[in-house]
Design a binder for this molecule. Structure first.
Ligand code: ATP
Length: 287
């Protein structure tokens, strides 16, 4: 089947601000925000393994965006390169109109990142971690205190704010990492599997925080394997498989005629007809 990415690229030109460049918008009189992320010809190889295979990606500003793909598709590698954590072999990346590798300070001041395998300063308390992050970001002390207290409260961490991060659970680590990523009110927030290991109540809270944040015009880009979640949260989706972008566009465009994003996803990554478990004829048989 044809890549839906191709169909998407044809329609993207009419779908401002995604298809419009900053120059186009200025020429037309009205200035439109540049895309949250623009990636051209991005490659990354680890030894013989091509992790990201010359992808182009354009993610509009102000949207809730899901990056989905099977295990090993290249999502984390892509997000690491887009956020300046991993140097690409080739390709150009812009975030909010700034080049990630030639203008890193401009980019880093505009983004928040919750990376995979988040490493935190374990011997700080949650509260101290936020205070440290806020000062690193150049926020005044009283503003850091105010924002930290509000974030800890909203994320239900107020009762654990004086506990050392090393003693936090997986979900608590995700939440304190999210608070640290949000503290400076970034334009674009990158989250690698933000809901993994998070209980349903906390997931609902995180969801509420992120929905409020995107309503203010900010962009959330998150990777996930959970299609129901992506379908219910995102208005824009990019599907990756084997280091390539298989589709990108609005949720409706990517879903196409499929009954759900899950079905569209299985079709796009070529897993639609696979009958899992047929080869395991010994499993569950007579003992
Ligand atoms: N540091 C590394 N060294 C060697 N190979 C790597 C490295 N990082 C990633 N890879 C390989 O690159 C490919 C893409 O990995 P990546 O972690 O980006 O996928 P992913 O889509 O995030 O997967 P998952 O959903 O399982 O987290 C995989 O084949 C992986 O084994």
């Amino acid at each position: 089947m044809p890549d839906r990415a191709v169909a998407r690229d044809n329609t993207g030109a009419h779908d401002a601000p995604t298809g419009a460049t900053e120059a186009d918008a200025t020429a037309g009189g009205a200035r439109t925000a540049p895309p949250a992320v623009r990636v051209q010809g991005l490659w990354k190889r680890f030894g013989d393994q091509v992790a990201v295979s010359g992808i182009d990606l354009e993610l509009p500003a102000g949207k809730f965006i899901g990056l989905v793909g099977p295990n090993g598709a290249g999502k984390t590698t892509t997000l690491s390169m887009v956020t300046g954590l991993l140097r690409p072999d080739m390709g150009k990346i812009e975030v909010a109109g700034h080049d990630v590798w030639t203008d890193p300070v401009a980019v880093k001041s505009r983004i928040g990142v919750l990376p995979e395998g988040l490493r935190l300063f374990e011997r700080l308390s949650g509260r101290e971690l936020l205070a440290y992050n806020g000062r690193l970001r150049g926020l005044p002390g009283d503003e850091v205190d105010k924002r930290a207290a509000q974030l800890l409260d909203v994320l239900d961490l107020a009762g654990s704010q004086n506990k050392l991060v090393v003693d936090y659970s997986t979900g608590m680590r995700k939440k304190i990492g999210l608070a640290a990523a949000l503290l400076h009110n970034p334009e674009v927030l990158f989250l690698d599997e933000p809901f993994e290991g998070v209980d349903p109540v906390s997931a609902q809270t995180i969801r509420g925080v992120l929905e409020r944040y995107t309503r203010s015009g900010a962009t959330v880009i998150f990777s996930s394997h959970v299609m129901e979640l992506v379908e219910s949260l995102c208005d824009w989706v990019a599907v990756m498989a084997a280091g390539r972008i298989k589709a990108q566009g609005t949720l409706e465009q990517v879903r196409g005629d499929a009954p759900s994003l899950q079905n569209a996803f299985l079709e796009l990554v070529g897993a639609g007809g696979r009958d899992a478990g047929d080869a395991l004829d010994w499993l569950g048989g007579a003992r």
